[in-house]
Design a protein around this ligand. Structure first.
Ligand SMILES: Cc1cc2nc3c(=O)[nH]c(=O)nc-3n(C[C@H](O)[C@H](O)[C@H](O)COP(=O)(O)OP(=O)(O)OC[C@H]3O[C@@H](n4cnc5c(N)ncnc54)[C@H](O)[C@@H]3O)c2cc1C
Length: 491
């Protein structure tokens, strides 16, 4: 039987140390800052149990016969990739693409690790059995795993080791015993970490050789003594009501700083240890990254579909849909959505098989990397275009939809804020939704998320040049150039 939302929520009541401002949060399930987002994640678990979605969202494990979330499937064919995308799409539709870190994100990453346990073996520490055990446990218990794989940037000119001489910054083992390691230090940023059952701690960027003390990865439960999660401002807390801030009210997945203070990690939970090469390779030599990007690109496409839908509703509300210029503006947005879709379908169709992947397939790497270029640059533009279609209607909104019921201002609002196409109430509700998606603090964080969650632009743009494409294209251009020169000489 698949895990229920209620069982997921019960698991969060584990006395984890979560800070919001200077207050320690008693329970993320009951806190007014987090409870609605927790419910939104719980709904995804319940969706997996609904009979009409079971065949899309879950599948049978070939070896154990256990039914599990399809996110854990190691894709071995194009058909598997398509089935995984259909599941990612359905989950993303539940939050209109606004839950970036639904549980299927890292579940797909774990499937990527499990496809290549050899990447975790071979050095001074062999984490291959641990990674397979983690994958099996997460799949069987349908665990929600978050990850913190970015080091705090205090002095970018020096390695962590050089900075550590002054202050403990990165995460490292401060003590070793026969049973495991005690770890201290910090990682940024744990999106949805406060809602997760487990957190993968590691480093996705290449570390210099002198950072070997910081070259480790492991999985930790947020309730482990010595683990603190310091949340940013909760937009759920700031939401006035479900009607006034429909998105931030439900889908603020939170971002947190992870601080470890001598937290104990048993050896069975360690994946790489004192190994610069393997700590990096686990993300890039396994299909983990492309698997996670499958969720990310599908979610991004879904989010743009939703935003394009809002744009159409706004134009209908404004009575401007028939205007040729407005049609052009709408057409641009619809075109952008198709570009986002094409990165998903194209990366699937151009899937790659590699001898070392043992039968697993991965999305086309070049298209997957290109999706980051597109998404990072497109999202702010998309939001801008949608706001342009709204005009001032986004800003002359009353404090609350419920002000319409006030005997004093209600009649004035109803009279002056309607459009020829729509009642004031319907229009205010629509515009408040659009503001939450495009102009609120929640919206601003989303724009930042789409530009940074897959790494800083200077990193992922440069990564395009490590794909072999520059060599391939320059060869083409050189040959074409030589052929033109020859033609010129022959004529
Ligand atoms: C909303 C959000 C959610 C996130 N969630 C997670 C998560 O769940 N888990 C996780 O591990 N990480 C997460 N991240 C972190 C994310 O992975 C990092 O923000 C990202 O890798 C960029 O690193 P940085 O923030 O240290 O940026 P930096 O590397 O400091 O870059 C910031 C800017 O500095 C400039 N810059 C810095 N170095 C250079 C250089 N060498 N060359 C040129 N320009 C440079 C560029 O203008 C760059 O855009 C999240 C980030 C955001 C914004």
């Amino acid at each position: 039987m698949m895990r229920s939302g209620a069982s997921y929520l019960a698991g969060l009541e584990d006395r984890r140390t979560v800070w919001l401002g200077t207050e320690q949060v008693d329970s993320v399930v009951r806190s007014p800052a987090f409870r609605n987002a927790a419910q939104s994640f719980a709904r995804l678990y319940d969706l997996n149990r609904q009979s009409q979605w079971q065949s899309v969202l879950t599948c049978q494990d070939a070896q154990s016969d256990v039914r599990h979330s399809r996110a854990f499937l190691i894709p071995r064919s194009y058909a598997d990739l398509v089935s995984k995308r259909e599941a990612h799409k359905r989950w993303a539709e539940e939050s209109f693409g606004f839950l970036g870190r639904s549980p299927d994100y890292m579940a797909s990453g774990l499937a990527g690790f499990a496809a290549r346990p050899d990447v975790f073996a071979g050095g001074s520490f062999d984490g291959s059995a641990n990674v397979l055990a983690l994958y099996q446990r997460a799949m069987e218990q349908d665990l929600f795993t978050a990850f913190t794989i970015t080091n705090p940037k205090i002095d970018k000119t020096r390695s962590l080791a050089q900075q550590g001489a002054l202050d403990d910054i990165g995460v490292r083992a401060v003590r070793e015993t026969d049973a495991g390691i005690f770890v201290s230090g910090a990682k940024t940023i744990g999106t949805a970490a406060i809602f997760a059952d487990e957190i993968i701690v590691g480093t996705i960027e290449p570390l210099p050789a002198d950072d070997v003390d910081y070259a480790l990865s492991f999985v930790v439960s947020p309730a482990t003594p010595g683990v603190s999660l310091i949340s940013r401002t909760s937009y759920e807390s700031l939401a006035r009501s479900a009607e006034d801030n429909p998105l931030s009210h439900r889908f603020d997945e939170s971002d947190a700083l992870l601080v470890l203070d001598e937290a104990f990690i048993p050896w069975e939970r360690v994946l790489t240890y004192r190994d610069v090469q393997r700590t990096f390779a686990m993300w890039w030599d396994t299909p983990a990254y492309t698997n996670m990007a499958h969720q990310a690109s599908t979610r991004f496409w879904t989010k743009l579909e939703f935003l394009a839908g809002l744009a159409t509703l706004v134009c209908d509300s404004n009575g401007s849909t028939g205007n040729p210029q407005v049609r052009g503006q709408l057409g641009r947005l619809l075109g952008y959505v198709q570009l986002a879709k094409s990165t998903v379908l194209g990366a699937e169709a151009g899937f790659e098989t590699r001898p070392e992947d043992g039968g697993a397939v991965r999305l086309n790497q070049e298209i997957t990397y290109a999706q980051r270029v597109l998404a990072g640059e497109l999202y702010p533009k998309f939001i801008h275009e949608l706001r342009m279609l709204c005009g001032g209607a986004l800003t002359h909104l009353p404090e609350s939809v419920h002000d319409l019921d006030h005997p004093g201002i209600g009649p004035m609002l109803r009279r002056h804020l309607r459009s020829s196409q729509q009642s004031a109430e319907a229009r205010i509700r629509l515009m408040k939704l659009v503001w939450d998606a495009t102009g609120s603090e929640f919206a601003s964080r989303h724009a930042h998320y789409e530009q940074f969650y897959q790494g800083a632009p200077h990193v992922y743009l440069a990564q395009m040049t490590f794909t072999g494409l520059p060599e391939q294209y320059s060869r083409f251009a050189s040959q074409a150039f030589a052929a033109m020169e020859k033609q010129g000489a022959d004529t």
